[in-house]
Design a protein around this ligand. Structure first.
Ligand code: PXP
Length: 263
């Protein structure tokens, strides 16, 4: 059996809270429920635009979590200073663009070489281990090792998108996705190739002594494919877990309000 550490990303609980700017749903409750039900790690992303997790959330979560906290952040100097002071169990460096809906690809480990090396040094000086969120390629793995990270998180977004196009009923509101026009057998070979890329990158990273995580777009349908890659020791999953929790909890929530409002 291949048991991986499950990192539960609770950013989307804060997304919902920020829609109203009241403390409901309470991010600390999300932390307690996730840790009481099998999460091995909590993952949060302190974005430059603070669209969900706030500095005070990160502080409270790191101070009171009974399980390790993996704090995702960009290489922005102000953010790095905050992260160094917060001292999470690990920092994962991710690319960030203001206009993106979510993290769209891996870090550009070649284009921002010096800035990433400096960020890693700064985090190490604060005794914070560093993971780099990278595209699953041998070159990006080699570069991550060279830059001094101890872990890589392989971006599974391409795999997840192709999987959804081929296998699931998940609908895409983005009709400009050009792959949707491709014949199914072509999509199937692209999916196979995307899995091979993840596997090869994981095996290579492991052989270099790097720890290997994976994440982005993983859900209840596609995650089993990651379980076959023994070099991957951790998965970070957010959207699908929080999305499912809406429907596993909505019936009870409505029933309870109906009970209270019935005389
Ligand atoms: N890992 C990293 C580095 C991420 O940036 C994200 C998205 O915030 C995830 C994992 C989780 O992705 P998802 O929400 O699609 O499960």
């Amino acid at each position: 059996m291949n048991t991986m550490k499950l990192g539960v990303n609770i950013d989307h609980v804060a997304v919902l809270r920020e829609a109203r700017r009241v403390n409901d749903p309470d991010i600390m409750q999300a932390l307690y429920v996730a840790s009481a039900n099998g999460a091995d790690q909590i993952t949060i992303h302190l974005r430059e635009d603070r669209r969900h997790i706030q500095d005070s959330d990160a502080k409270k979560i790191i101070q009171s979590s009974s399980i390790p906290v993996n704090l995702e952040c960009s290489i922005n100097t102000d953010i790095l200073n905050i992260v160094c002071a917060l001292k999470p169990h690990r920092a994962t460096l991710v690319p960030e663009k203001r206009e993106e809906v979510t993290t769209e690809g891996g870090l550009d480990v070649f284009g921002h070489e010096d800035a990433i090396a400096y960020a890693i040094e700064q985090l190490h000086d604060s005794v914070i281990p560093v993971s780099l969120f990278i595209d699953p390629s041998i070159e990006a793995v080699n570069q991550s090792r060279k830059l001094g990270a101890e872990m890589v998180e392989l971006h599974t977004g391409t795999f997840a998108n192709l999987y959804a196009m081929l296998h699931s009923s998940l609908s895409y509101s983005n009709h400009s996705i050009k792959e949707l026009e491709l014949p199914r057998n072509h999509l199937a070979s692209m999916l196979e190739k995307s899995l091979e890329d993840i596997k090869n990158a994981a095996v290579h990273a492991h052989s270099l002594g790097l720890e290997v995580a994976a994440g982005h777009g993983l859900n209840y349908h596609n995650v089993s494919h990651m379980m076959d890659i023994k070099e991957i020791i951790e998965l970070n999953i957010g959207q699908s877990i929080i999305a499912r929790s809406v429907f596993s909890g909505l019936a009870d929530a409505v029933k309870e309000m109906k009970r209270i409002t019935t005389r």
